[in-house]
Write a protein that binds this ligand. Structure first.
Ligand code: GLC
Length: 744
């Protein structure tokens, strides 16, 4: 007993004598000088982007943050904050810089398709450079909402359906934004915490029901990865989860975020998301929404006007303690110190440099690597000096090509496919025919089709750039049909009818159900909305300067009726093996056995294209998975595979590591992505790729021994002994499994 007491006392003395972090000391000092009104003002974020006396007064009273103010305006308001407020606390300027500031990179869904973490981090680093020159020090990105529903417009902003891929992409983006100096460059804000991508029916802002185990297994890990990568902030989501809106969700925001994860960064509401709780129906008025939000430790109030209007009265009535406010203000001041704002509050860039060659080069590489070759009957890459017809609604749209969430681009800086092919014609590499006229993806025009087929007859090959206008993608842009908008399919049908070879490039913010369109053409590049340099990128891909290397970060369903559809599904008790399809059922026979297992009569259980899928201009042969051992006990094992480029072009393989836990106390997915690499393999050569697998990679959330489901979950995150399959494969649907066992 004496020894334990001695140990406890010495530990206490040790901790108490630790020199306090200088930032914490500065926070203590500043906090001790702040009035309650000034503390509450720090917890308030208002929208800028205009000059107003009311806004100036709020700044003078100590406003904590402003969103949507950029450039010289930030210095205008910052001067008031620093020089005219009582304590001179600098403001934090925020903006939705989601996939680029001026230079626009592919939408995050497209960036995920690159499976290139270094490139994604580089794009974020360059984005931070441009943003900071505009006075922005806080971006509301990365968005890591897992979504398996392409109807949801915001699937464009996330990294797709897979938890591991989204975790890696989100962490890479945080590192790129924030940098590695002692002073954080651009503060990240991982969002939307949590489960927003599960909005029922793919309809934005809609309700979500997520069981605890699934919440922990699928939706929380990407946030934890982004916070572990250092994200200075996190944003709650609009949806209610299991009946409680995120803004007031103490299980998420207190139990998990603050206690389990020990997070002391800033939790910011989404835009008026606390106010939205009145519509949600879990509170009567803004005063109550304020109480719910502060009790869920929401630090910063984005445009709710809740804290500024009701927090003081709640404290005076004893319903909220000032200490709760102090915790929030500490988190906000800590972020400002980490950004160095107290020493350098102003944007001191006289002549900002945007669209640098470095940024444009990275944007082009990202657009090249984000394009996924779905089909190629050999027509690509184009060779010789063909006569090309460039057509389609996205062939020359300097706005739509960039996709959703890019407020600060300069449209004229966008290089479209048509501009890139005009360049090739000037260089004598092709003869170009253009279908002129501004087309919109939703346009229906018989005269367009008449003109199109007339021009196509003069060409050797038709390059049709289709997809979605950017207005159809992003927040509050949910679609019930996932067809190519307008009469694009009719245009493709008309081209098919005249027998011209057609290359379809799709520039969209989501997977589309375009199986019939794909059947009508000779090759398909799925390029997503690819940003400023997508034109030259697509020209390079189509002309064979680079081979496509993108892989799908999300399953492409054959039909909307199959949604939600994702690769890492559970097996069910009756997995389908031999579906009898709708058209194969004889008409007029009343009794016909079509079995009793799990599939859709029209399509079986197959998607249009699976997660991880993508072709290149060569062919790769994957050898068997070779294991260093077939037992994992205390040490890791190495899984290797030899990949041979059996074609005639150098290309990038993207081997993906999947496992399957064959038996678990909770049913397990039929595959789980646990690793990936990008490997350039010259034509005719082989490379061996290796991955390390250890027990920690096999852990998952399940109930502790002896606890029944539904009880107050005593959840545990651990691996259970047993047998596993393992693949190193080109996508989530192919490959030969090897087998190993975990012994404990
Ligand atoms: C929006 C979005 C969020 C964004 C915020 C500020 O409604 O949900 O992602 O960061 O408001 O613009």
């Amino acid at each position: 007993m004496k020894n334990q007491l001695f140990l406890f006392v010495s530990l206490f003395v040790l901790v108490a004598c630790q020199p306090k972090d200088p930032i914490e000391k500065q926070i203590d000092d500043l906090l001790s000088q702040m009035t309650l009104e000034e503390k509450i003002a720090q917890m308030n974020q208002l929208s800028g982007g205009y000059y107003s006396e009311d806004l100036e007064s709020a700044v003078r009273a100590g406003l904590g943050s402003m969103l949507n103010s950029v450039g010289e305006e930030t210095n205008y308001y910052q001067r008031i904050a620093v020089e005219e407020s009582r304590l001179g606390i600098p403001m934090l300027f925020a903006r939705d810089v989601i996939h680029g500031y001026r230079t626009i990179y592919p939408i995050p869904l497209g960036q995920a398709a690159t499976f290139d973490l270094a490139l994604v981090e580089e794009a974020a680093r360059l984005t931070a450079q441009e943003s900071m020159q505009a006075g922005i020090r806080w971006t509301f990105s990365p968005m890591v909402d897992i979504s398996r529903d392409p109807r949801w417009g915001r699937v464009a902003e996330g990294y797709g359906e897979d938890t591991y891929l989204a975790s890696m992409m989100g962490a890479a983006t945080v590192r790129g934004y924030q940098g590695f100096d002692s002073i954080v460059q651009l503060a990240a804000c991982v969002k939307h915490f949590v489960g927003y991508g599960v909005s029922e029916g793919g309809r934005d802002y809609n309700t979500t029901w997520i069981p605890e185990i699934q919440l922990r297994e699928t939706y929380l890990p990407p946030f934890k990865a982004a916070l572990d990568a250092g994200s200075l902030s996190i944003m709650c989501s609009f949806n209610d989860i299991n009946g409680v809106p995120s803004s007031a969700n103490k299980h998420l925001n207190v139990n998990i975020l603050r206690h389990e994860w020990q997070y002391n960064g800033v939790l910011v509401s989404d835009y008026a998301s606390s106010q939205n709780m009145i519509a949600h129906g879990n509170c009567h008025d803004l005063r109550e929404a304020t109480l719910l939000s502060i009790n869920a430790q929401m630090d910063m109030d984005m445009e709710n006007h809740a804290y500024s209007n009701h927090l003081k009265e709640l404290i005076e009535e004893g319903l909220v303690k000032e200490q709760q406010v102090d915790v929030c203000v500490r988190n906000i001041l800590r972020m400002k110190y980490r950004l160095g704002l107290f020493d350098n509050p102003y944007c001191a860039v006289e002549n900002p440099v945007y669209y640098s060659s470095e940024s444009l080069s990275a944007a082009q590489r990202a657009a090249e690597e984000s394009a996924v070759l779905l089909k190629n009957n050999g027509i690509l890459p184009l060779s010789s000096t063909p006569t090309i017809l460039v057509c389609g609604p996205l062939a020359h749209s300097q706005h739509d090509q960039n996709g959703t969430w890019c407020f600060d681009k300069v449209d004229s800086a966008t290089v479209t496919p048509l501009m890139a092919f005009r360049e090739l014609e000037r260089a004598g590499k092709i003869r170009l025919i253009e279908q002129m006229g501004k087309h919109w993806s939703r346009e229906v025009s018989q005269s367009n089709i008449t003109q199109l087929t007339r021009l196509a007859r003069q060409a050797d090959v038709v390059l049709f750039f289709g997809g979605e206008e950017s207005i159809l993608s992003g927040e509050a842009r949910c679609r019930a049909h996932l067809n190519l908008p307008g009469d694009q399919s009719a245009q493709l049908r008309a081209l098919k009818a005249i027998g011209k070879p057609v290359v379809l490039t799709v520039m969209a913010g989501r997977p589309l159900c375009i199986g019939e369109d794909i059947n009508m053409v000779d090759a398909v590049l799925y390029a997503f909305h690819g940003g400023t340099m997508q034109g030259p990128a697509l020209a390079n891909l189509i002309m064979g300067v680079v081979s496509p290397s993108g892989r799908l970060p999300i399953t492409f369903p054959q039909a909307v009726g199959q949604i939600p559809m994702y690769y890492n599904k559970k097996n069910s008790g009756r997995p389908t093996s031999n579906p009898v399809l709708y058209d194969d059922i004889p008409v007029g026979i009343e009794q016909f056995s079509i079995g009793a297992d799990s599939y859709w009569l029209e399509y079986g259980d197959k998607p249009l294209y699976p997660f991880g899928y993508g072709l290149t201009y060569t062919t790769f042969e994957y050898g068997p998975v070779v294991l260093s051992d077939t037992i994992i006990d205390k040490s890791a094992i190495i899984a290797s595979c030899e990949i041979t480029n059996t074609g005639t072009m150098d290309a990038v393989a993207v081997p993906q590591l999947y496992i399957r836990d064959l038996v678990g106390s909770i049913t397990r997915p039929i595959r789980e992505l646990k690793g990936f690499q990008r490997v350039t393999i010259p034509a005719g050569e082989s490379r061996t790729v290796s991955f390390e697998i250890e027990e920690a990679d096999l852990a998952y959330w399940h109930l502790a021994q002896g606890v029944d489901l539904g009880a107050d979950g005593d959840y545990t995150f651990s691996a259970e002994p047993g047998d596993f399959h393992i693949w190193i494969a080109p996508n989530s649907a192919e490959g030969q499994a090897a087998r190993f066992a975990l012994k404990k």
